[in-house]
Design a protein around this ligand. Structure first.
Ligand code: ZN
Length: 298
């Protein structure tokens, strides 16, 4: 017995010593094969996806070309807010007259474009409501029409603004105060993707989202000023940037047009006349038409 034991024991141990790692290797190999097979199945599935769903994934040729279908026209001021006041004319009336003419020309000549007014009478939508109307309607363009004034009565000419933050530092306190309302909301960090209204750095990202439209906004602004200068013979003071609230929140290319200075008697007279309003409105209409053709051909 004792001999058997002595014989058996070493054999068992030898078997264990020699074969256990081998079994373990075999088990590992099987596990590896299974993993490999799983990976293969996963890989085959991933490769098959385009073939299975290819018909449903739109490719570039299937994507419809961009069409400018909706435009929001915003006549500045209105109601109890007259805007700038000339010797006789009020800004709100000139803005409305020109805006309604622009809309009329678009409706007559671009039947595929829907015109939405922020106001078509002597009412006063708030500054917040005006871009909201554009966003709610998913407009492709937002055009705000105003008239200027200056203490220097000899100042005259047109200018068209796009949203810009050149003077952002001066306005940071008020911007911060207004935007800090979001801190009261639950999940504001998630909701606003980490945007912190109290941090100037956050506005760098914030401004980037606005910059998505700056190319198209600048393109329209330049065409408007070119039309005023070349076709109506006005003095163009150029395309400028400004942190206007109405240009801040629209989610589409947006411009703010200053038709001229009501503080300048000659310009006031021109802008208050029916002919002057028709000239200015047709210039804006042609700029919008050229802009539409340009972006739709890209
Ligand atoms: Zn104005």
């Amino acid at each position: 017995m004792s001999i058997k034991k002595r014989i058996l024991k070493p054999v068992t141990s030898a078997f264990a010593l020699v074969n256990l790692p081998e079994i373990s290797r075999k088990v590992n190999f099987i596990a590896l094969m299974e993993r490999f097979n799983n990976k293969k199945i996963l890989l085959s599935f991933l490769i098959a996806i385009p073939f299975l769903f290819g018909g449903f994934i739109p490719n570039e040729t299937m994507m419809p070309a961009f069409r400018m279908k909706k435009i929001v026209l915003d006549a500045g001021h209105g109601g109890s807010d007259p805007g700038n006041i000339g010797s006789r004319a009020k800004e709100k009336d000139i803005n409305l007259a020109v805006t309604l003419l622009v809309g009329k020309y678009i409706k007559e000549n671009m039947p595929d474009v829907e015109v939405i007014y922020t106001r078509d009478d002597d009412s006063f939508p708030t500054l917040k409501q005006r871009p909201q109307i554009a966003n709610t309607n998913k407009a492709d363009l937002f055009v705000s029409i105003h008239s200027n004034a200056a203490t220097n009565k000899s100042a005259f000419g047109t200018e068209t603004f796009v949203m810009g933050t050149k003077h952002f530092e001066q306005n940071f306190d008020i911007v911060k105060r207004e935007n800090s309302v979001i801190l009261l909301e639950d999940n504001y960090q998630e909701e606003y993707e980490g945007f912190d209204p109290t941090s100037p750095e956050s506005y760098m990202l914030f401004n980037l989202t606005q910059k998505a439209f700056i190319g198209n906004s600048l393109s329209l602004a330049e065409q408007v000023e070119n039309q005023f200068r070349d076709r109506v013979g006005r003095k163009s003071r150029g395309v400028k940037q400004g942190p206007f609230y109405v240009l801040w929140t629209p989610s589409m290319p947006s411009v703010l047009i200053e038709l001229g200075f009501l503080s300048n008697s000659t310009e006031e007279q021109f802008l208050a006349s029916k002919q002057g309003q028709e000239y200015m409105a047709s210039a804006i209409y042609r700029a919008i038409k050229d802009y539409k053709n340009q972006i739709e051909s890209n």
